[in-house]
Ligand binder design. Structure first.
Ligand code: ADP
Length: 527
């Protein structure tokens, strides 16, 4: 049989309209609030059904003169629809049963014909279908409401992460326009979300970077070549007030509703860079002091060595002068010998002064916090310690924290002790380093650096604090501990070493504590 093409088109149009209608219904259901559940709404549904039945029956009775024995059941259709929409299948079934009985009662005045029975059957079947459809729709509505609630929860959760994240976060679209701007980004850049939404992200960069960024974005979209995405980069950002500052940028890409977006995480590098500069400055200062002290120590050692030959020269000259005086009292050489003796005495005096200077040295003593001073040194002294698996423990006694010292010099002592301890533990399996402050002898604070290395070699134990004592074949000069001793003794303190049980060495030194009320610089001290 050939079906006319007109019929096919009509059927297709009907199917399309039906599908559209169903889509609208489902969208409306998704947007609608969740149907209330529980015993109270069910009671309300029964009451609504009862009311609709009463009204239906009243309308049917009023229209009876015109309707005769026709259309009894259909007046109860609103009751069925109302119960199906509000209460599901149970109230609908109850309404349909009552409606059937009432319809039968209304028709009882007329002779009952087969058509009435068919009407009743159809009515019951239809009410069953309406009841089941109502229950199904209610379930769909409650499922979609549950889904919307979960989506809203997740969105709130994500939003709270974005709001509290310490790093700035922003989202841009493929045109570079800002779609989202976190509170941390507001703080970092000085712009409010309202001000930047929809504007080009180049607003947050210096001019030259902005042009490069636009080009980069265009090239990426054309070629797919990734230069920033997925790789952290250090770039320069710009505050609303024009201030430029270094940041670390991490860009990710995402797709939502068919559109592409880029998410940027921005970490402010200013604090890190300031700390690095500070450490570098400190390092340079310490290295400089260390070099000066090393030279001073060497000069002192040389002076010691030169003193003896100079004394010998002086003695020989005196002896020679005496001999010459006996043999040739008028010799002009006598004068030359006198001058030579004077010069050797002068050389001795210069060397004596040099030793005295190295031993005492100018110093700026101030009231310092021992803990702060040591922690500052540890930043430098413990570089690489964690990577080497060294466990560092500290113990601070707040009672003895205020000391009167030359900060740089004591930091040099600490640096030397820390580096020695780390080097000593290089071949140990157990690597534990303890730094502690506690009360020393009267008026003194004691600092301890304890390690689990091999301990002090008995070969050098006697001469440990003397210059040029070292067990390090190629890299040690052996002047570190002697410098430490000069510095600590110049502070009226002591430095000594004890074995650390069961293994290792414990270096201790003491420095004077600040008396109550003492603060600021102690000027003009000569150590
Ligand atoms: P250097 O480190 O240049 O050798 P130092 O005067 O600082 O000079 O140290 C002298 C020597 O003392 C070192 O070579 C080492 O043998 C020994 N020493 C110092 N500290 C320790 C320590 N914590 N454990 C074992 N030996 C140490």
């Amino acid at each position: 049989m050939r079906i006319p093409s007109q019929s096919i088109r009509l059927a297709a149009a009907i199917r399309a309209s039906y599908q559209q209608l169903m889509q609208r219904v489902f969208r409306a259901l998704e947007d609608a609030p969740a149907p209330p559940s529980g015993p109270r709404p069910l009671v309300a549904s029964y009451l609504l059904g009862a009311l609709a039945i009463v009204l239906g029956a009243a309308a049917r009775i009023a229209l009876d003169p015109w309707l005769g024995d026709r259309a009894a059941f259909w007046f109860f259709m609103p009751a069925l629809l109302a119960t199906a929409a509000t209460g599901g299948w149970a109230p609908t079934l109850a309404a349909s049963l009552i409606a059937s009985l009432l319809s039968e009662a209304l028709l009882a005045r007329h002779p009952l014909v087969a058509a009435d029975q068919i009407d009743a059957g159809l009515f019951l079947t239809l009410s069953l279908v309406i009841g089941l459809a109502g229950a199904h729709l209610r379930r769909v509505r409650s499922d979609s409401a549950e889904m919307r609630r979960r989506v809203a929860d997740r969105q709130a959760h994500l939003q709270s992460i974005v709001d509290t994240a310490p790093d700035a976060m922003l989202i841009i679209d493929v045109a570079g326009l800002v779609q989202s701007f976190s509170p941390a980004a507001e703080r970092l850049f000085g712009w409010t979300t309202e001000e930047v939404l929809g504007r080009n992200v180049s607003l947050l960069m210096p001019q030259d970077h902005a042009i490069a960024h636009d080009n980069y974005l265009a090239r990426y979209l054309q070629t797919g070549e990734r230069r920033i995405i997925g790789r952290p980069r250090e770039v320069i950002a710009q505050h609303k007030n024009g201030e430029q500052f270094p940041v670390q940028l991490f860009v990710g890409e995402s797709e939502a509703a068919g559109a592409r977006f880029f998410t940027g995480f921005i970490h402010d590098l200013r604090a890190r860079m300031a700390a690095e500069n500070r450490v570098q400055g400190l390092q340079a200062e310490l290295i400089h002091t260390s070099r000066l002290s090393a030279l001073g120590e060497m000069a002192a050692a040389l002076a010691h060595e030169l003193n003896q030959p100079l004394s010998a020269i002086s003695n020989y000259l005196k002896g020679g002068r005496r001999l010459l005086l006996d043999e040739n009292p008028g010799s002009r050489a006598l004068e030359a010998l006198d001058k030579a003796a004077d010069q050797s005495l002068r050389a001795g005096e210069i060397i004596r002064r040099l030793r005295a200077f190295v031993a005492t040295g100018e110093s700026q003593r101030e009231v310092e916090s021992l803990k702060a001073l040591i922690e500052e040194t540890a930043v430098l002294g413990l570089v690489g310690a964690r990577e080497a698996g060294v466990r560092v423990q500290t113990r601070w006694d707040a009672e003895v924290d205020r000391v009167v010292v030359d900060r740089i010099q004591i930091q040099q002592v600490m640096l030397n002790l820390l580096r020695n301890a780390l080097e000593a533990m290089e071949d140990s399996t157990l690597r534990e380093l303890e730094i502690a402050t506690e009360r020393g002898e009267t008026g003194m604070a004691m600092v301890t650096v304890r390690d689990t290395g091999p301990g002090i070699s008995p070969v050098i134990a006697e001469r440990l604090f003397q210059p040029f004592t070292t067990t390090k074949q190629s890299r040690g000069m052996g002047v570190g501990l002697s410098i430490c001793r000069s510095i600590i003794e110049a502070h009226d303190g002591r430095i000594w070493v004890e074995p650390n049980l069961p293994k290792g060495a414990a270096f201790h030194f003491t420095v004077p504590r600040a008396s109550h009320g003492e603060s600021g610089a102690v000027q003009g001290d000569r150590l």
